[in-house]
Each structure stands twice: as structure tokens, then as C-alpha cells.
Design a protein. Structure first.
Length: 98
């Protein structure tokens, strides 16, 4: 679990989160959401042997001209974006060894 930049903001829940893989995209995420994701990931077989980035979808918009969130190279969709309404739904389909 690679959280984006940590914020002291309210819990948003899995429906407001986005997962990504490949260590290319970042964003902001509340500490409360990171804690909830960590507990859910520890209980999920879908997160065994995978790495993924976690950030609030509203805190980072990918599109033409967007950057990696740190002033780096422009990025578009990575193809590894994951959205869902529950943590298990978000974790389903994560790729190993990315």
C-alpha cells in the first residue's frame, strides 16, 4: 500500500478512492482512508503480493496535460486505475509484480 500525500481530513470511504499500479500516479489521501484501506487490504487475498497506490479520486485528476502529481512528466491514463464502491471491489483484479 503506497498512499499518496497524507492529509488530516475526514474519511471519504472506498467509493471516493482510486487505486493505481506502477508507481506513476499520486495524489492526496486522508490518514483515515489509509488506515481503513490498510485494514481491508490485510484481510483481502486480492492484495497478496501486490503493490498499489491509493489516493482520493477528487484529489488527482488524470488527463491530457496532467503531471505525476510531483511536477514531473505528463501522464495520462495508466490502464491500472481501479474504482469501486467497496474495498474488496477496489482490490479485485490488482496485478501482481507491477
Amino acid at each position: 500500500l503506497r498512499p499518496g500525500g497524507l492529509e488530516d481530513t475526514k474519511y471519504l470511504g472506498p467509493a471516493e478512492m482510486e487505486l493505481n499500479q506502477g508507481d506513476i500516479v499520486g495524489g492526496l489521501v486522508s490518514r483515515a482512508d489509509v488506515a481503513a484501506a490498510a485494514v481491508a487490504a490485510a484481510r483481502s487475498p486480492d492484495t497478496d503480493d501486490v503493490t498499489f497506490e491509493l489516493y482520493a479520486h477528487s484529489a488527482f485528476t488524470q488527463g491530457p496535460g496532467s503531471t505525476d502529481g510531483f511536477g514531473g512528466a505528463p501522464v495520462g491514463k495508466t490502464g491500472y486505475e481501479r474504482r469501486g464502491s467497496t474495498w474488496p471491489e477496489l482490490f479485485r483484479g490488482l496485478k501482481k509484480a507491477l
